[in-house]
Design a protein around this ligand. Structure first.
Ligand code: SF4
Length: 235
């Protein structure tokens, strides 16, 4: 597994727990609004440093009584075949493990849940679950197989007893209010659906300027969306 970043402490990223965050390198999507090009685009990755896996494990080993959880994000962690091995090591140290994923590796996600290797899952739902819209939102790299995987991952969480959240980043160029309401309908019954507005933080993977939603538009989405599912706005 390749690690491109390691945050030693977070109070926010695992609900109610002190966590450390591991950022894996590489992703199979190219979401235009993605703000971590140094973890996604090969030409930018080349110029960025890596954090040795052993360094991360030995740091965590020494802090096992101080930190409750490890959040694994990216990039896309599930493109790494040895992710389960890494997580097993974290579990053997007694950590709770949260996985942030784009849902494209359904087989690995199901196995991790079945093997009780993860305790919390966050899946990004990039757009309504129709091929064309989803493909646009992930930078036109979607294949029918990956799309089926994403839908299967969403359905798996809806039926699973594992704790999870769905979330969407609101981008004017990719979403309308109706798109978000369509997502709400497709995850009816979900425990939590977080909406977050596009944030400007350096440059995006798509290399283009993008637009966030205004307050009034967000309020409208929240008012209507909350009639369908438990929508929460994340600042
Ligand atoms: S936002 Fe998209 S491109 Fe960026 S890491 Fe997540 S899935 Fe990959």
């Amino acid at each position: 597994m390749r690690i491109g970043g390691f945050q030693k402490l977070s109070l926010l990223d695992y609900p109610g727990k002190l966590s450390a965050i591991v950022f894996t390198i590489g992703c199979n999507f190219r979401c235009p609004f993605c703000y971590v090009p140094h973890l996604v685009l090969p030409e930018v990755i080349k110029k960025s440093g890596e954090v040795p896996v052993n360094y991360v494990l030995s740091y965590l080993e020494k802090r096992r009584n101080l930190i409750d959880a490890v959040v694994i994000t990216g990039g896309e962690p599930t493109i790494h075949n040895d992710l389960p091995v890494f997580i097993r090591k974290l579990k053997s140290m007694g950590f709770l493990v949260a996985l942030e994923t784009n849902g494209s590796n359904f087989g690995m996600l199901r196995q991790l849940i079945d093997d009780k290797l993860i305790d919390y899952v966050e899946i990004d739902i990039k757009a309504p679950l129709t091929f064309e819209k989803y493909n646009r939102a992930v930078g036109n790299v979607l294949t029918p197989k990956i799309f089926e995987n994403v839908k299967s991952s969403v359905n798996l969480l809806l039926k699973s007893s594992i704790d999870y959240e769905f979330r969407t980043t609101l981008v004017k160029e990719l979403h309308t209010k109706d798109d978000i309401l369509e997502i709400c309908r497709s995850i009816r019954g979900a425990r939590r659906y977080y909406l977050q507005n596009l944030k400007r933080t350096g440059f995006f993977v798509g290399g283009k300027e993008l637009t966030s939603f205004n307050e009034e538009e967000i309020m409208e989405i929240l008012n209507e969306g909350r009639k369908i599912v438990n929508v929460i706005y994340r600042e």
